[in-house]
Design a protein around this ligand. Structure first.
Ligand SMILES: [Zn+2]
Length: 66
């Protein structure tokens, strides 16, 4: 709270290009809260391209019940 970062600020207007859900900032990537894809951050800029997603739909996310 006392330490705002440019990256988390940027995330306010970023959404997942696949499912349009919000994104959560991680150490070196942004995680989609909707589909679980993880996008890399290059030079501080999230690369929100489906092709570049590092992973998708990890099964620990409750969003996609079988
Ligand atoms: Zn998504």
């Amino acid at each position: 709270m006392s330490k705002p970062s440019p990256q988390s600020d940027t995330l306010r207007w970023l959404v997942c290009p696949v499912c349009r859900h919000g994104l959560q900032l991680e150490a070196a990537a942004v995680l989609c809260l909707g589909c679980g894809r993880r996008y890399p951050i290059l030079d501080g800029i999230p690369v929100l391209l489906e092709d570049r997603a590092l992973s998708e739909a990890p099964d620990h996310l409750p969003d996609r019940p079988k």
